[in-house]
Design a protein around this ligand. Structure first.
Ligand code: ZN
Length: 369
C-alpha cells in the first residue's frame, strides 16, 4: 500500500497555503449526509454547536495523520449484496457519525477549502415531497452561504415532462446552485431508452433553469446486488446531446467510479475524450478517484475541463486535496497552475460565481407539489 508521511502531507498543505493567498478554493463534490443508503437520523449534539451526532458520542476536530492511499477493493458479488449493504452501513456509521456546519468547516479548514457544493441525493424510494424535506433539512443545517452552496436532486418518479417545473420549484424555494443526478442511488437505469430520454430532458431542463448538472458516472457499484451496477456507465451517456444545455454538465468521478484500470484505458478514456471534444459544456470532477485513475485524468484531459471534488465525507477532504497535489507532482505538472484551475478558476466560473438572477414570470413559478 502506498503511503505519504505526515511531513510530506504538511509540505503539500504548505503549497496550498501559498495558493490560498490569492485564490479562493472550492470543492464541487461533498455529501452533507450519508446519501448511499440514507438510513441515518441525527440529533443536535449538546457538546458542540454546529454538530449533529448519530450516536451521541463527543465530537473531536479532525487532524492530519499518516496518509494511506485509497485503493479499489473487491466488495463482493450479487449473492452477498444485502449482507454487503448491512456491512457498508456499519462502516459508514463511522465515517458519517457527525455532520453539520462545524464538522464540514473543520474538514475545510484542514484541507484549505473555502467553499463547497453540497450534494444531497434523492433515494430510490423518495417521493418529490420526501426529497424536498431532505433539502429543507440541508438548507437549515448548512445555512452559512459563504461556505456552503447546495445542489438539488430529482427523484426518479418525476416524469419526463415534469422535470423543468420540478427543478424550477427547487430553485425558487431553496436557492440551489446545481442539480445532482445519481442514477445508481436514485435507481435510474440509463441503459433503458426511456431513461436516456429522461436524462436528455433533464439536461435541457437544467439549461432552461441555468443550472449546472452533475451526473454520477462509473461502473461496478456492488451495493444493490449488481442489478444497478452499470446504470450510470459512460457508455450509457455517450449519445446524450449534452450540448443542448447552455450550462455546464459535469461528469462526476470522470466517469470512472469503481472502474478498473483496463476498463479506463481501453474504453472509458477514449469515450470520455470523444464526449469532451463533442460537447464544449462538458466537464469532469475528480472526486472519489484512486491514485492511478487520477493520474490518467490529469495526464489526458485538459486542465480547463477538470474540477476538484473530494467526495467528503466518504473520503476525508484533506486526503483528496493531497492526493491531487501528489498526482500532479508525480505527473511532472506545474502543481500550482493546475490546482488553481481545478479548485478555483473552473468551479468559480462554472458553479459558484453569482449569475444575474433568472427572472420568472408569475405564471412560471411552479406550485408546491
Ligand atoms: Zn459522491
Amino acid at each position: 500500500m502506498k503511503t505519504l508521511p505526515p511531513e510530506t502531507c504538511a509540505a503539500y498543505l504548505g503549497i496550498l497555503a501559498g495558493i490560498k493567498q490569492h485564490h479562493r478554493l472550492y470543492d464541487v463534490h461533498v455529501h452533507p449526509y450519508e446519501v448511499l443508503f440514507d438510513r441515518f437520523t441525527y440529533q443536535d449534539s449538546a457538546s458542540a454547536p454546529g454538530v449533529l451526532s448519530l450516536d451521541g458520542k463527543g465530537y473531536s476536530t479532525p487532524s492530519i495523520y499518516h496518509f494511506r492511499f485509497p485503493e479499489l477493493t473487491d466488495l463482493g458479488n450479487d449473492s452477498k449484496s444485502i449482507r454487503l449493504q448491512d456491512i457498508s452501513v456499519m462502516l459508514l456509521k463511522k465515517v458519517y457519525s457527525f455532520v453539520g456546519e462545524k464538522v464540514f468547516s473543520d474538514q475545510m479548514e484542514l484541507g484549505g477549502i473555502d467553499k463547497v457544493l453540497l450534494l444531497p441525493v434523492a433515494s430510490e424510494s423518495s417521493s418529490a415531497t420526501q426529497f424536498e424535506n431532505r433539502l429543507r433539512w440541508v438548507t437549515e443545517y448548512y445555512s452559512d452561504q459563504r461556505r456552503f452552496a447546495i445542489a438539488g436532486s430529482v427523484p426518479g418518479s418525476v416524469p419526463t415532462d415534469g422535470l423543468r417545473d420540478y427543478i424550477l420549484s427547487q430553485q425558487v424555494r431553496f436557492n440551489i446552485k446545481a442539480i445532482k443526478c445519481h442514477p445508481v442511488v436514485t435507481g435510474i437505469d440509463l441503459s433503458r431508452m426511456a431513461r436516456k430520454q429522461w436524462l436528455a430532458e433533464l439536461v435541457r431542463a437544467c439549461g432552461q433553469c441555468r443550472l449546472p448538472l452533475i451526473i454520477h458516472s462509473g461502473r461496478n457499484n456492488p451495493y444493490w446486488g449488481g442489478k444497478r451496477t452499470n446504470c450510470a456507465a459512460l457508455e450509457n451517456l455517450k449519445r446524450i446531446n449534452f450540448s443542448c444545455s447552455g450550462t455546464p454538465v459535469i461528469i462526476a468521478h470522470a466517469g470512472f467510479h469503481r472502474c478498473t484500470m483496463s476498463d479506463i484505458l481501453t474504453e472509458g478514456l477514449p469515450l470520455l475524450k470523444n464526449m469532451l471534444s463533442t460537447h464544449d459544456n462538458l466537464f469532469v470532477d475528480i472526486s472519489g478517484l484512486t491514485f492511478e485513475p487520477l493520474k490518467v485524468v490529469i495526464e489526458h484531459l485538459p486542465a480547463n475541463r477538470i474540477l476538484f471534488g473530494s467526495d467528503a465525507l466518504y473520503a476525508p477532504q484533506w486526503e483528496s486535496v493531497i492526493l491531487t497535489l501528489h498526482a500532479l507532482r508525480v505527473k511532472g505538472r506545474r502543481i500550482e497552475d493546475d490546482f488553481i484551475k481545478y479548485a478555483s478558476i473552473n468551479p468559480r466560473s462554472l458553479i459558484f460565481e453569482e449569475k444575474t438572477n433568472v427572472q420568472y414570470a408569475a405564471d412560471q413559478i411552479p406550485s408546491v407539489p
